[in-house]
Design a protein around this ligand. Structure first.
Ligand SMILES: Cc1cc2nc3c(=O)[nH]c(=O)nc-3n(C[C@H](O)[C@H](O)[C@H](O)COP(=O)(O)OP(=O)(O)OC[C@H]3O[C@@H](n4cnc5c(N)ncnc54)[C@H](O)[C@@H]3O)c2cc1C
Length: 423
């Protein structure tokens, strides 16, 4: 293999794939390096895929990608000890536009995505771990060292290595992670015969349901849980801030076990069996903790730039979007014959700031912070929310009591903040 390329992409998760595919389609010579033995073996791509970000890369993916179910119903639940309150948002998904969310299984989906990259001309090397970036005497990044696979050089290196960002940290391009800015998500894939699943969740054909829950899984631990329906399986998981797990007595799998034992969740899982298990970190720091995103000869995208925030669960969407924008920055500079210096790569920051997806995240972060400062974040104490909801349901004529209950709920929410969104 040649040892010089126009671009090296480190990582074959959604961010690296989006970057490599966009670059190759524009005719650039791209090498993608991935430490896993095969597509999807080590990345964190989840089970819920928002369509628009992938549509921008592969317009007809709806017809070509291995998709499980398209989501017609979203249930948002707030759990207390033995019950829940929540909402159901249902759509037929048969309007003029294609469905906007799907469940996917990581292994077949990543294999398909990777084959699309190779078809577009990306050179993909699996089982190749990058150990460090190569720097010139002036500090410019000019390539990467790999474990046992030699050195590779490029005009620019895209770091799409996920949340742990080991290379960026070891190469002094970013600081260490803080436990309060990363969540740990533990997920099981549970096989459930199709007729049982469809009967239990009230769906048919390729329709699917997503349940997202926040609740008191354990005192003092912030977290959320989820149940996603696939064709013949369920993805079930919980996500909690690493800092909270560290100070608690519970192991991550005990947290998952508590979620699965909850009376609202347990019946949904009956007769299912575990076929896969994974635990991964995901960024939750958002704009507050964003590291440097580019420098002379390098850019970073995806989870490594800490795009997540507790209220935002579309990690793969952000990864696909930032990967594409990193690639479009390079394509633009290359067309104008500009060097890949920090000064010119700052165009990436402009593109991120103009991106509707990233602007939405920024706004969401601002409203999260405002809500936290004002102590009115409505999931602050799920038990209050469940109690308030019960009063509203059972006490239809008791206007005075309802008002008192709601006042009590909002006023008191600052005193207990056991749960907010993660994962
Ligand atoms: C359990 C879990 C469930 C989730 N569910 C959802 C969901 O349902 N929907 C959603 O939108 N998001 C979800 N997310 C978030 C989403 O998966 C991530 O935001 C997304 O995968 C980030 O993409 P990425 O490409 O930046 O990083 P990753 O997907 O982590 O990919 C990074 C890749 O880089 C490779 N790599 C790392 N270091 C090196 C190295 N030194 N050399 C070579 N290769 C290297 C890794 O092996 C990996 O393949 C979930 C996350 C977790 C943890």
């Amino acid at each position: 293999m040649a040892d010089h390329f126009e671009v090296i992409v480190v990582g074959a998760g959604p961010a690296g794939n989006a970057a490599a595919l966009t670059l190759a389609k524009a005719g650039l010579d791209v090498l993608q390096l991935e430490r896993a033995e095969f597509p999807g073996a080590k990345n964190a791509q989840g089970s819920l895929l928002w369509a628009p970000a992938l549509e921008q890369l592969i317009a007809d993916f709806h017809a070509r990608a291995p998709l499980e179910r398209h989501i017609v119903e979203q249930r948002l639940w707030t759990l207390d000890g033995d019950s829940h309150t929540g909402s159901r948002d249902w759509t037929t998904g048969t309007g003029s536009s294609a469905p906007d969310r799907y469940t996917i299984l990581r292994a077949p989906f990543e294999a398909w995505f990777s084959s699309a990259l190779r078809a577009a001309g990306v050179r993909v090397a699996f089982a190749t771990t990058v150990t460090e970036v190569i720097r010139e005497v002036d500090g410019r990044v000019s390539g990467v060292h790999t474990a046992g696979g030699g050195d590779f050089y490029a005009d620019v290196v895209i770091l799409a290595e996920g949340v742990a960002s080991l290379i960026a940290r070891q190469s002094g391009l970013r600081e260490d992670l803080h436990p309060q800015t990363v969540a740990l998500t533990i997920r099981e894939l549970r096989r459930l015969p199709r007729p049982l699943l469809e009967n239990r969740f009230g769906v048919q054909g390729d329709d699917g349901v997503v349940i997202e829950a926040s609740g008191v899984f354990a005192p003092g631990i912030r977290g959320t849980g989820f149940v996603h329906t696939n064709r013949e399986s369920l993805s079930v998981g919980v996500g909690c801030m690493v800092g909270d797990i560290v100070v608690s007595d519970l192991t991550p799998s005990e947290l998952l076990a508590r979620f699965k034992r909850h009376p609202s969740i347990k019946p949904l899982l009956a007769d299912s069996e575990v076929v896969d298990f994974s635990a991964q970190l995901s960024p939750e720091g958002g704009y507050r903790v964003q590291p440097r995103l580019f420098g002379d000869g390098w850019l970073c995208c995806g989870d490594g730039m800490q795009p997540g925030s507790p209220a935002h669960r579309e990690g793969a969407t952000l990864a696909l979007t930032t990967g594409r924008l990193a690639a479009e920055t390079i394509i633009e500079l290359s067309r104008h014959g500009r060097p890949m210096s920090a000064r010119h790569l700052s165009l990436y920051r402009d593109k991120l700031e103009r991106s509707p997806t990233l602007r939405l995240l920024h706004k969401q972060h601002a409203s999260d912070s405002a809500a936290e400062e004002e102590h009115v974040f409505p999931v602050a104490d799920p038990r209050r929310l469940v109690r308030a909801s019960r009063v509203l349901r059972r006490d239809a004529n008791g206007g005075g009591r309802q008002k008192r209950m709601l006042r009590h709920f909002f006023r008191g929410s600052e005193s207990s903040r056991e749960v907010s969104g993660a994962a």
